[in-house]
Unconditional design. Structure first.
Length: 99
């Protein structure tokens, strides 16, 4: 069964948001090449330029855990810590309708 989620985070200020966007774009390129990644779509909210929304789908639980263990994911999460409120993303898990 696919593993779907969205992640949200809010930067501390505009400079931090701009840096978060840079590292998120780098992460997106790497994640989209991962085996088992089906979608990785990152957005900066139009009405709140400090807040980001990332929609992710993985083939299964194993693919998601492999994603977390990859070097580019660890580097991104470490860099993000000092840029966002609360030190990281808030994850929301999604269940497909009809499952």
């Amino acid at each position: 069964m696919t593993k779907a989620l969205y992640a949200e985070f809010t930067a501390l200020d505009v400079a931090a948001a701009d840096r978060a966007e840079e590292i998120l774009l780098r992460l997106a390129d790497a994640v989209r090449r991962e085996p088992g990644n089906l979608a990785f779509d990152a957005y900066r909210k139009t009405d709140d330029v400090l807040t980001f929304f990332v929609y992710e789908i993985y083939a299964d639980e194993e693919a998601f855990h492999a994603h977390l263990d990859r070097e580019h994911s660890r580097v991104f999460n470490a860099e993000l810590t000092d840029l966002v409120i609360g030190g990281g993303s808030t994850l929301t898990w999604l269940t497909p309708l009809g499952s």
